[in-house]
Design a protein around this ligand. Sequence first.
Ligand SMILES: [Zn+2]
Length: 462
Amino acid sequence: MMCQLSDEQLLGYQPNPAMLAACMALTEQLTQDDGAVLISKDGCLIASVSAWQHHLLAVQNLAALAQLEGVRVQHWYSASARAIRIQLQDAQAPTTAGHQFEAYQLDHTQAQQALEDLVQQALVLQASDIHLLFQPHHAELAFRVHGQLVGHSQRNRETMAGAIAAALNTRSDDFRELFDEQRLSSASISLAVHHEGQLQQLRLRVQKSPTRSGFAVTIRLQVEREPPQLTQLGLPAETLYSLQRILEDPSGLLIVVGATGQGKTTTLAAINTQIPRTEKVISLEDPIEIIQPHIEQKPVIAEHPELNFANMVKVALREDPDVLSISEIRDAATAQAAYTAALTGHFVTATVHAHDTFGALYRLLDLGLTATALAQTGVLCAILAQRLVAETCQHCAGNQDSCSHCYGSGVSGRRLAAELLVVDDGLREALRTGQLDKYRQRLVEQGTLAFKTALQDGLPCP
Ligand SMILES: [Zn+2]
């Protein structure tokens, strides 16, 4: 049995410069087959399992070629094709840095491959974002996994710049002209990469901006998949039950609250899956994050004079919807438009940026909705606040640094914690009489207002 090197172990095997071009050429030739081969400085031949299995002759020829070049191959290993390609790409790219146009030296195929390898690496780690900081002589790479930055490493600057240029210009025929390090750019692109034996469809949101010593790039990964069902969110049983009751005969305004990155968009999409096909759902989003095949999703541009949320709500209302989903209420005009839509008999879901359920009430008041309006029977129906809480990794108590389950972060996943406020007569009375603080205090003392998590083990994290 041949020894398999992990991705981390492989970093210790620098390609032999004399054999680099030959390794690169063979690897490119075998890419379709997930084949990759590397001969290291200290005489190790490392090939992917597929190369060993299906292209043994080509691998042996490479070893013979090495012999002719005076490189004695003494050890044989296997490693993942992606990790081998990353080693080759970094060794092959020019290392003379600080050159604005150096990235253009990588050809399109190599740059595209470097991008796909980077994204595959993120998928293996289950990362939500890729973070790259370009310094004068290298690029610092890290991944956000379960809310933490992990997997820090240094990559060849030009290889990574090439990958980013490929991402930004992927829809352009002319790859070489558009990339400019000093420009602010953002792009949304679709990409298909192989992961766990399947072709995985992804959307990448790439954001690039200059920094003091170079530039920074953040890539958010959005895996294209069916939106989750409400029961798959990991909500506490009571909260789930109350929400399902509301959705049996939905009307009025349902607000979902939380900070950025706490799964609000996923919850709105899950709520939409509960709406029967006999009803028309229009979802207004900036940007569209989860593809929901059965509803009408319209992109909105929050700052745009015409395509902003408040305007688009008015447009949507003329298109005879039953349900309106608004990805974020962040200004008075949108708050008013959402309220009016609910008042006129539509079921409206929307997110608000606040800390908890009462925070959302105060936010809506700040945005100009009056207490009397919010206390109107049948309009505001409920507020769901949610946050993701970290789950401690069970594999690395006291030995975090070398843990391969959580990559040293100590966090193995995140669980949804939720607080649901169903608007009832008591709350409406408190709104009308200006007793909101007092009412909140009472609910907290009764223990009915608190963030709770589902206690069952093994629930999937959203
Ligand atoms: Zn761990």
